[in-house]
Design a protein around this ligand. Structure first.
Ligand SMILES: Cc1cc2nc3c(=O)[nH]c(=O)nc-3n(C[C@H](O)[C@H](O)[C@H](O)COP(=O)(O)O)c2cc1C
Length: 252
């Protein structure tokens, strides 16, 4: 148990991988573990697309903003919210599916994300490195084309998987008391916020980040550079259209 605690506390994202392949048996183990994850109503309303083909990776690369891990990692896994399979089963069995709505998308997206996190923990426990790609939801419309996802299926996250070729410093985290509330939510005073973010703001890497981005505060690096409102609005519109096109907004 102590080992598990240490393992969970010591993990970090890996973005550089050696060229060594991830063996089929190992990958099978990870995917089997994913399929054992808790799932809404035991419906398993997700699918996992395995990408190992170099040409497919090159096709996907620009859709992940050319992040190098996409072509360098031996394996990409794209986790999709998927009611397509379940709907078909319902129809074949004289049952009328009512899953063409936003709640059902959320249900399936939660299932997919939980399965993804199982793969991550299982992979890291075997010495593999992983990196999530948030770009999947930004470019879901194009990823749908490349991975040939039918109606009822929406990609929600991707992970890159491979043997680590780096051992980066562990990034900071907020202190646990910043995110944990006892019984009810306890809203933050200005001084709580200052206290909880002070360690992050005081770090040399944060100062470097601010200088590199020509900003005066760390928060501005997020609001003005990394996660800008205009980008959020633009990609929200694309994602909402994806949900509509894939049949999840029919009853709202
Ligand atoms: C949903 C999600 C999307 C992410 N997207 C990216 C990404 O597109 N590129 C990247 O390099 N890292 C990505 N990450 C990794 C985070 O940057 C990383 O988890 C965070 O900086 C904390 O680092 P750690 O995992 O090493 O503790 C993502 C993580 C999550 C959970």
């Amino acid at each position: 148990m102590n080992d598990l605690k240490e393992f969970l506390l010591n993990r970090r994202t890996i973005r550089k991988y050696s060229s060594e392949a991830v063996g089929d048996d190992l990958l099978d183990d990870l995917l089997k573990a994913a399929c054992r994850t808790s799932t809404t109503g035991n419906m398993q309303v997700y699918s996992i697309i395995v990408t190992r083909n170099e040409e497919k990776k090159r096709e996907l690369s620009p859709l992940h903003f050319n992040q190098k891990m996409v072509t360098e990692a031996p394996v990409l896994l794209t986790f999709c919210a998927d009611f397509n399979r379940f709907n078909k089963w319902c129809v074949l069995n004289n049952a009328s599916p009512g899953y063409d709505n936003f709640l059902s998308f959320m249900t399936a997206a939660i299932d997919a994300l939980l399965a993804a996190q199982t793969v991550c923990i299982a992979a890291e426990s075997r010495g593999l490195g992983i990196c999530y790609l948030g770009t999947t939801t930004y470019m879901a419309n194009k990823i749908i084309e490349v991975l040939k996802l039918p109606a009822g299926v929406v990609p929600v996250t991707t992970i890159t998987l491979g043997w680590p070729a780096e051992h980066p410093q562990q990034p900071d985290r907020l202190p646990p008391e910043a995110v944990i509330h006892e019984e009810v939510y306890s809203d933050y005073s200005d001084s709580d916020i200052r206290k909880f973010y002070s360690e992050k703001e005081g770090r040399e890497d944060s100062h470097q980040f601010i200088r590199e981005n020509n900003k005066t505060t760390l928060a501005q690096v997020f609001t003005d550079v990394r996660y800008k409102k205009e980008d959020n609005v633009y990609f929200s519109k694309i994602l909402l259209k994806v949900l509509e096109d894939q049949g999840f907004m029919n009853n709202v």
